[in-house]
Design a protein around this ligand. Structure first.
Ligand code: THU
Length: 138
């Protein structure tokens, strides 16, 4: 797959992931989907907690699932979608979490932020310029 097919398939995967959101406190469901260079896709959704500040974002859950499966790089694309009609972009913490996985494979993934009607396309490096990463600890 390439181009729009790839984009729309990844957004569709993020929308499916959102169906499993556990978000009783915000009632704001978020789905994320990660595509890797080998074509594999890993999804995540937001998981909230009665201790509100402990909520896990969809993107962070997806990265944790991928890394738990042994993935250490190859992140080429990310799709994020929320419940509302508006486009949502990954929060600051998620940008940093995504950067760790991207940096391991020296990729700069395209980020598709999907609303009901529109899709905003950006890059992780645009969302998180001059990012702190593993190399800074050398
Ligand atoms: N949320 C995400 O899952 N990803 C983001 O990038 C932004 C926010 C979730 C966290 C919380 O469960 C809900 O959206 C409302 O903030």
């Amino acid at each position: 797959m390439s181009g729009f097919d790839d984009r729309d398939a990844l957004i569709a995967a993020a929308r499916r992931a959102l169906e499993h959101s556990y978000s009783p406190y915000s009632s704001f469901r978020v789905g994320a989907a990660l595509r890797f260079a080998d074509g594999s896709v890993v999804t995540g959704t937001n998981i909230e907690n009665a201790s509100y500040g402990l909520a896990l974002c969809a993107e962070t859950v997806a990265v944790a699932k991928a890394m738990d499966g042994g993935v250490r790089g190859g992140l080429v694309a990310v799709a994020v979608t929320g419940d509302g009609a508006d486009i949502i972009t990954p929060c600051g913490r998620c940008r940093q979490v995504l950067h760790e996985l991207a940096d391991l494979g020296a990729t700069d993934p395209v980020i598709w932020c999907a609303g009901t009607a529109d899709v905003a396309e950006t890059r992780l490096s645009e969302l998180l310029p001059r990012a702190f990463g593993p190399g800074h600890l050398d």
